[in-house]
Every structure is written in structure tokens, then in C-alpha cells.
Design a protein around this ligand. Structure first.
Ligand code: HEM
Length: 473
């Protein structure tokens, strides 16, 4: 294992030296360049090898200390632009030239049959058609603002409250880690597959095990693997196998559901959920002999994307109703502050489809633009006290919600999160329902929670304990 690691570092070093000249020559032609890594000296100065394995947001944040909020690094044939600035981030994210997620041929597409399929990492027309179909179908099913989804949230909320009540009747201490996973996933699963998972569903437990590994493997993914795709063959170095295996498991899971639905054959006359509607569209497109976008591979990737996007993101959060949301500005400000701190997706990506400019510097088509959402949420330039938990930063003197445009918890632009409205509503309802009845404190019998996170594509706290008590009023 150690020899593989040492060998890969040496090889990495040789290739960096090798490409430096090419890089320098290419850069020299450009009119104006962003600051960043261009020479071996920069690599040493920036202590790049020490960053191996650190979460992407920390690496992009450390770079800001040397080069400023927007900089670039070119490794091998891959150019990454790091953006830690809110104005530049919003400009890039809303640019029609930046609708792609990853460059063509990126090794991460091994998860989706070596094509840029699906919604999360899809590109071009494939992405546009898939996203459009998902948004329309899910909103027809009640995802977003509908009462159908509010009803699902209420069912899951009752379930959570019963579990908390059982804890209050017994030991009063529990680990929130994983506690909200199944209920939040169920809100989405109900629309995708028309059913709920039970808390101890074996199949789900197994899928989530693969999902966690898949999520973690993203850390080393985008840049290093794009620059040196061969790195993925070194066992354990990049954990790329977890990335591919996660997708294989999910594909097999959804293929099974697909085959069952096709055998039952209700989806054409009586479509009930997202899967039914997708299969019906697939059938219609196949019948028209012009099926470019609604293929089986696309189906498996889109379903996997929705599951994965919904699986890990929302878990951290007479019954309250959404009607009260606008009348409870302090609660809304508190949820905004939680989303700023939690920063569930710390980095998101864009890939320009043609050459473009950032801060008047030219950026080549096919570069990876890493938007450091975490860097923005904790920026000293935006907030005077970024590390402090202070909901008031989102409230005006008159009690109106302000400053939300200075955070990006759900991204921005045409690729912004598809689950934003439902996630915000679920979060608001779970949060208020729990706090109405119970008060929560860190458990005095257990060590204080670590401030380090478990980070991959998404970010979560390490397990910790809280005590819960019934409110007297
Ligand atoms: C607290 C919960 C959630 C947070 C913080 C969150 C955050 C994000 C962020 C930051 C992005 C990247 C957006 C961009 O690049 O501009 C994203 C994309 C996405 N999210 Fe979420 N998300 C959450 C829940 C969900 C749920 C429940 C779903 C289920 C439908 C979902 C589906 C997606 C999809 C499909 C994309 C890719 C959109 C595209 O590339 O077109 N998310 N999310």
C-alpha cells in the first residue's frame, strides 16, 4: 500500500514537472491570467502534496490565502478555477455558457455508463431534457409547494415525534446521526416510487452503506482524476471503485423496480409515481422510433441521482403548517443560519462550454470551475463574524428576512437544486414541530461533538449525543 502511494506521488511529481513547460507556454499566449499555480515553485509554496485527501472546500479555501478569492490551478491537462467570491459565483452560475457540470470524458462519468447522463452530473441536451422532465413530473405529483407533499411531510413528522416521545419516556439521550435520514428520504421516495421505507428496511440500509462510500469518494474526484485518470487504478488511493460500485448497486436496485413495474404493466394506463411516468415516457418515445433521451441508462441514472441527491442532504433537520412560515421570521432566520453553517454541499461545479472570461481573465472551454460554497458562507469579506451562530444576521430591524442572497446553500442559476422548496419546507416543519414540544441539549454524559465534519460530495457532522426533554408550556 505504502509503495503504491509513494510511487504515485513520484509519478505525479514527474508529470507536473513535465507539463509545467507546456502549461507555461499555453498561459503565455493568454491576454490576462488569473493568479494561481503555474510552476513547481507555486506547488511547493502552496504545499499541494499536503492537501491530499482533504475535503475540496478546505483546499479551495487555503488557495484563497495565497492567491485571492478567484484563482486557477493547472495540473496535467486539467484546469480548475476556484471561486470563493459571491459575486463571481453568481455570475458564473447564471451564465448560459456554464451549464455543464464536468468536462466531456471525465472519469467520473464511469458512474453513468461513461456518458454525461442524468441530472446531477449530466451535460448538454441530455441534462436539459432530464431536468425538465423531472421538474415537471415531480411538481405535478405535488413536489415543491403542493399539499400532497405537505401531507407526506406531516406523516413523517408524526413518525419522528413518536420516536422522540419513546426516547423521552426512556433514557432521554440519543444520537441524532441517522435519525432523520429515513423520514426525509421518505418524503421524496413517496413521489418517486409511491411508497415509504420502514426505519429498519434491510435493502435501504445496504444501499445507504454504498451511498456513504460513494459520497466520500468524491473528495479526491474531480480535479486529480481528470488530470490523471490512471490514478483510479491504484487501489485505495482515490477510492474511485466506491464511486463506480455505488452506482452499480443503485442501478441494479432501480433495474429491479423497473422490471417489476413492466411486468405489472400498470404504468401506461394508471401512472402513480415518478418511476411510472418515466417508464411511460420511455415507452412512448420508443414507439415513436425516435428515442434519444429516455433510454434505460438514462432512467437508471436519473433515478439514482434523485435518490442520492435526496438521501444525504436533508437529514440534519396541533402540527405546524407552512401557512405560518412567513409569520415566523425569527424561525426562518434561524433555519437560514443553520443552512449557512451546515453548508451541506460545500462545493459545486460548472464547466464552460465555450471560452469565457472571469474577472477579465480568459478561461478555456472544458475547465472545471469549483464554486466554494463553504468559503462564501464563512467569508470574512461578507460576514464580520462568520463562525458565530447568529440568526439575527438574516433579520432587518423591522423583522424582515435579509441577506439570504449572500448564501448559496442550494446553489444558483439553471442548475440550482431541484429539491430546494421541498427541502426548505421539510426542514421548517420538522424543526418547528420538534421545538414546539421538546428542548434539546448536548448530552452532559458524552464528549462534546467534534467540529470536524465527514465530508465528500455532501457534508455531515460526526456522530454526537443529545438529551431531549418535554417542554412544560
Ligand atoms: C437540505 C437539502 C439540500 C441541499 C442543501 C441541496 C443542495 C444542493 C446544491 C448546492 C446543489 C448544486 C446546485 C448548483 O450547482 O447550483 C444541488 C443540486 C441538486 N439537488 Fe439538491 N440539495 C438538497 C436536497 C435535495 C433533494 C431533496 C433533492 C431531490 C429531488 C435534490 C436534488 C438535486 C438535484 C437533482 C441537483 C442537480 C441539479 C442540476 O444539476 O441540474 N436536492 N443541491
Amino acid at each position: 500500500m505504502l509503495q503504491y502511494f509513494v510511487a504515485s506521488i513520484i509519478l505525479l511529481f514527474i508529470i507536473l514537472v513535465d507539463t509545467e513547460f507546456i502549461t507555461w507556454k499555453t498561459f503565455r499566449k493568454k491576454r490576462k491570467e488569473l493568479p494561481g499555480i503555474r510552476t513547481i515553485l507555486d506547488i511547493i509554496k502552496w504545499k499541494v502534496p499536503l492537501y491530499w485527501g482533504l475535503p475540496n472546500y478546505i483546499i479551495l479555501g487555503r488557495g484563497e490565502e495565497y492567491f485571492g478569492p478567484v484563482f486557477q490551478y493547472k495540473i496535467g491537462n486539467s484546469c480548475t478555477v476556484a471561486v470563493n467570491d459571491i459575486q463571481v459565483a453568481r455570475k458564473v452560475m447564471s451564465s448560459p455558457d456554464c451549464r455543464d457540470r464536468l468536462p466531456e470524458g471525465h472519469v467520473l462519468y464511469e458512474r453513468s455508463f461513461n456518458k454525461p447522463l442524468g441530472i446531477l452530473f449530466g451535460n448538454g441536451k441530455n441534462w436539459a431534457v432530464s431536468r425538465d422532465f423531472a421538474v415537471k413530473t415531480l411538481s405535478n405529483l405535488g413536489f415543491g409547494q403542493g399539499t400532497a407533499v405537505e401531507h407526506c411531510i406531516a406523516t413523517e413528522m408524526e413518525d419522528i415525534l413518536q420516536k422522540i416521545e419513546a426516547i423521552v419516556q426512556q433514557e432521554c439521550t440519543f444520537q441524532p446521526h441517522g435519525f432523520f435520514h429515513v423520514p426525509t428520504l421518505n418524503v421524496l421516495w413517496n413521489l418517486i416510487a409511491g411508497s415509504r421505507f420502514s426505519h429498519n428496511d434491510q435493502k435501504l440500509t445496504e444501499l445507504l452503506k454504498y451511498f456513504y462510500k460513494w459520497n466520500r469518494s468524491f473528495n479526491l474526484g474531480a480535479t486529480a482524476l481528470h488530470a490523471f485518470p490512471w490514478l483510479r487504478h491504484i487501489p485505495k488511493l482515490t477510492e474511485h471503485d466506491a464511486w463506480v460500485n455505488g452506482h452499480l448497486k443503485f442501478s441494479a436496485f432501480f433495474k429491479n423496480i423497473m422490471e417489476e413495474r413492466i411486468t405489472k404493466n400498470n404504468y401506461l394506463d394508471d401512472p402513480n409515481d415518478f418511476i411510472d411516468y418515466y417508464l411511460r415516457e420511455m415507452k412512448w418515445q420508443n414507439d415513436s422510433n425516435n428515442n434519444e433521451y429516455f433510454t434505460e441508462e438514462q432512467f437508471l441514472t436519473v433515478c439514482t441521482d434523485l435518490f442520492m441527491a435526496g438521501a444525504d442532504t436533508t437529514r440534519t433537520e396541533n402540527l405546524p403548517s407552512l401557512v405560518y412560515k412567513t409569520r415566523m421570521p425569527y424561525t426562518e432566520a434561524t433555519t437560514a443560519e443553520i443552512l449557512r453553517h451546515a453548508c451541506v454541499i460545500p462545493v459545486t461545479g460548472r464547466c464552460p462550454v465555450r471560452d469565457m472570461e472571469i474577472n477579465e481573465c480568459s478561461i478555456t472551454k472544458g475547465s472545471i470551475i469549483g464554486i466554494n460554497i463553504h468559503g462564501i458562507h464563512f467569508s470574512q469579506h461578507i460576514w464580520s463574524d462568520p463562525k458565530v451562530f447568529r440568526p439575527e444576521r438574516f433579520l432587518s430591524a423591522e423583522g424582515r428576512i435579509i441577506n439570504q442572497e449572500k448564501t448559496l446553500p442550494f446553489g444558483y442559476g439553471k442548475r440550482k437544486c431541484l429539491g430546494e422548496t421541498t427541502s426548505r419546507n421539510t426542514f421548517f416543519l420538522f424543526f418547528t414541530a420538534m421545538l414546539q414540544r421538546y428542548s434539546f441539549q448536548l448530552s452532559p454524559q458524552h464528549p462534546k461533538p467534534s467540529l470536524e465534519d465527514v465530508c465528500g460530495l455532501s457534508r455531515a457532522p460526526k456522530p454526537y449525543y443529545v438529551t431531549v426533554q418535554k417542554r412544560s408550556n
